[in-house]
Design a protein. Structure first.
Length: 338
């Protein structure tokens, strides 16, 4: 820094102001300092700056399963929001959702000097086990039930599933079959519960739940079974990928969409509008989830102890496309559902 100051003809304090992006330096002086830094090859020592300020400009992210579309979109949103706030992220995937794995990941992040942690954990876990987080380390939870201990940000899974199910009932379908996500998934559980409650509230029969694993293949396997039953006219899949598998199964069985069967998904993938027919689905605002995560995490970082834990729900909405239509054929009106 002294060499930069000598070359630019300024004080070391002025160089420090430029390095720390302070506003009390005129533009000509700033340009001379930046040119001197470039000529000498000077780079600020981020470790030294962190020790001095107590800030590391890094957010740790712990995430279970990188294969889920929703998780990846949430991670992307958090990373973009962090970058806009001047933070980088350190990602630690957790391959097995156990107490030891999550607590170990938290400990590793704390040792790597992060300012806060975002936990993206769709599995039923944080509501069932005691995850140890170092005292004073800000934490925001996404897509799980952390009770009253932490700040939680999530999309409105319950309302989204209700909108999907009610849409199909409003089209005249006697009932709606459901292909759920894995039993271990917190989001899948809420969507399934909302689907069931919506059918019950409407006085509609409640078919047995078919459990998938979020993949198009699992949707296809269940779709083959449902396609063989001509009384199945409406299906709500818990994500768009499983809905895609269902649509393929219906096509192969010669059942037209949406004339014979209406299908609704969940997520609103970018490709959902390019399916044939374009998929009716529930939109989740992952960008807003990422922004809120960083907003709430930075509030905890900037004002330790001032933030009160609580849950923030981001609204979902139904995007109606060509995969759903009024029921045209009077089938299933007199058969008792399981």
């Amino acid at each position: 820094m002294a060499d930069v100051a000598a070359l630019a003809g300024v004080s070391s304090q002025t160089v420090s102001r430029v390095v720390n992006a302070r506003s009390n330096v005129d533009s000509d002086t700033r340009d001379r300092v930046l040119a001197a830094m470039d000529e000498i090859g000077y780079r600020p020592n981020s470790a030294a700056r962190a020790l001095k300020s107590g800030r590391f400009s890094t957010i740790g992210v712990i995430m279970f399963t990188l294969s889920s579309f929703g998780n990846m979109r949430t991670l992307d949103a958090v990373a973009m929001a962090a970058a806009q706030a001047g933070y980088s992220i350190t990602l630690i995937p957790v391959t097995r959702p156990t107490q030891g794995a999550v607590t170990g990941a938290v400990t590793r992040l704390a040792e790597q000097a992060v300012d806060g942690i975002v936990i993206i954990m769709e599995a039923h876990m944080l509501d069932r086990i005691d995850v140890t987080v170092p005292t004073g380390l800000p934490v925001v939870i996404v897509d799980s039930d952390a009770g009253s201990r932490y700040t939680v940000v999530d999309t409105d899974q319950t309302e989204g599933a209700r909108l999907a199910t009610q849409h199909l009932l409003d089209l005249g379908h006697r009932t709606v079959w459901h292909i759920a996500g894995p039993e271990s998934s917190f989001s899948a559980g809420r969507r399934t519960a909302s689907w069931r409650n919506t059918l019950k509230a409407a006085g509609a029969p409640v078919p047995p739940v078919l459990e998938g694993d979020w993949s198009a293949q699992s949707g296809y396997v269940h779709g083959v079974t449902l396609a063989a039953d001509p009384l199945v006219t409406a299906i709500f899949a818990s994500n768009d990928q499983m809905a895609l598998g269902v649509m393929r199964a219906m096509h192969e069985a010669g059942r037209a969409l949406p004339a014979d069967v209406s299908v609704v998904g969940f997520d609103d993938m970018r490709e959902s509008g390019e399916f044939w027919p374009p998929l009716t689905t529930v939109h989740q605002d992952f960008a807003q989830v990422g922004r809120l995560c960083m907003e709430k995490l930075l509030r905890q970082i900037d004002s330790p102890g001032a933030s009160v834990p609580g849950t923030t729900i981001v609204p979902t909405h139904l995007v109606v496309r060509g995969s759903t239509a009024p029921r045209l054929r009077n089938v299933g009106d007199f058969r008792d559902m399981p």
